[in-house]
Design a protein around this ligand. Structure first.
Ligand SMILES: Cc1cc2nc3c(=O)[nH]c(=O)nc-3n(C[C@H](O)[C@H](O)[C@H](O)COP(=O)(O)O)c2cc1C
Length: 221
């Protein structure tokens, strides 16, 4: 698959078939993705691939936390507020997704069902968690972002769907309770990975992008 085609075709997959991804396929993706660039070649990332029973238990406990309305406690905190124009873009993608699903603004039950699915990794058979050293700062998130996109593009080439999920690392204590996690590491992000379900209403949603003219300035060009 051509690189531009992979970039264009990749999108967040939020419905997966209940079909496992062979370990060797994920292994080959990670083996290729570790060639992503990083500052000073420090390669701050480590991968934890969880599937099967363990992933089921983590998703179940995440959903219980959601139902309890418990506050999240990620290793890397998220901003509570977003300024414009970012806030508007964030709201637009949420509205677009719920419109596509036919979920009304005031339909709390349907919205909650969506968030339950999200906390259960949208049914993905595996999640690749990206971890980094606990003493590394926000600068290393740049490198983790680059390896994350590289993984998603390589997965695309394999006919796999991915969804980068902040929701997968909001309660890292739950992950640590179910899987042996390397000490001294913090959870950065999770990537749900699996075969997309083309029959799901989620599959009809496409996010947009601001036009290039709004985000580029040229000098002497
Ligand atoms: C750091 C990061 C965290 C994200 N977390 C979530 C998440 O928790 N839930 C979700 O449904 N999508 C999540 N996404 C997916 C974005 O919503 C998605 O990438 C964006 O809307 C653009 O759509 P596209 O991926 O389909 O091109 C996340 C993406 C990134 C890069």
């Amino acid at each position: 698959m051509d690189i531009a085609e992979a970039i264009h075709n990749r999108r967040s997959t939020r419905a997966f078939l209940p079909k496992p991804v062979p370990k060797t396929v994920i292994e080959n993706i990670l083996d290729a993705a570790r060639w992503a660039p990083s500052w000073g070649n420090i390669q701050p990332w480590e991968f934890l691939v969880v599937g099967g029973e363990a992933l089921g238990k983590i998703g179940k406990d995440f959903c219980c936390r959601l139902a309890e309305g418990a506050k999240d406690n990620p290793d890397i905190s998220m901003p509570a507020e977003w300024d414009e124009p970012y806030k508007g873009r964030y709201q637009q993608v949420g509205r677009g997704l719920f419109d596509t699903l036919g979920v009304a603004r005031d339909d709390k039950a349907a919205r909650n069902a969506h968030y339950q699915r999200m906390y259960a990794f949208f049914g993905a058979p595996a999640v690749i968690f990206i971890l980094m050293g606990e003493n590394l700062g926000r600068y290393s998130l740049f490198d983790c972002g680059s390896v994350t996109q590289t993984i998603c593009l390589l997965a695309e080439r394999e006919g796999l769907g991915t969804c980068v999920l902040a929701a997968a690392v909001r309660h890292p204590d739950i992950i640590r309770a179910h899987v042996p996690v390397l000490p001294g590491k913090k959870f950065v992000i999770g990537i749900a990975i699996g075969y997309p379900d083309p029959g799901s209403p989620y599959d009809k949603f496409r996010s947009s992008r601001v036009p290039l003219g709004e985000i580029v300035s040229w000098v002497d060009q």
